[in-house]
Design a protein around this ligand. Structure first.
Ligand code: FES
Length: 95
């Protein structure tokens, strides 16, 4: 897609100038649960709208067909309902 940029961010969330992007961005967070939790919190502190943030939980998938329960977080089956969730859902799924 023309004009789209992607990047890999680890510890640099506070340095990203989200306000200069004029709302033309999404953030996808992938990693271990503690990192995802604190990255999400940090993004919120930076003023990023929760609707702009997505989190991926594919690491929990085993059978991928809803049978083994390995991916289950509360009542959510990551393999069937995700594995990518909007932050508004994911913030409550982080185990
Ligand atoms: S990976 Fe087995 S139920 Fe989701």
């Amino acid at each position: 897609m023309e004009g789209w940029r992607t990047g890999l961010v680890t510890t640099f969330v506070p340095e990203i100038p989200f306000d200069t992007f004029k709302g033309e961005y999404v953030v996808v967070v992938v990693g271990p649960p503690p990192m995802m939790k604190f990255t999400g919190l940090n993004l919120m502190e930076q003023g990023v709208e929760p609707e702009k943030v997505y989190m991926s939980f594919e690491r929990k998938i085993s059978c991928a067909i809803g049978k083994c329960g390995h991916c289950r977080i509360d009542e959510v089956y990551v393999c069937l309902d995700g594995p990518v969730f909007p932050y508004t859902v994911a913030r409550d799924l982080i185990d």
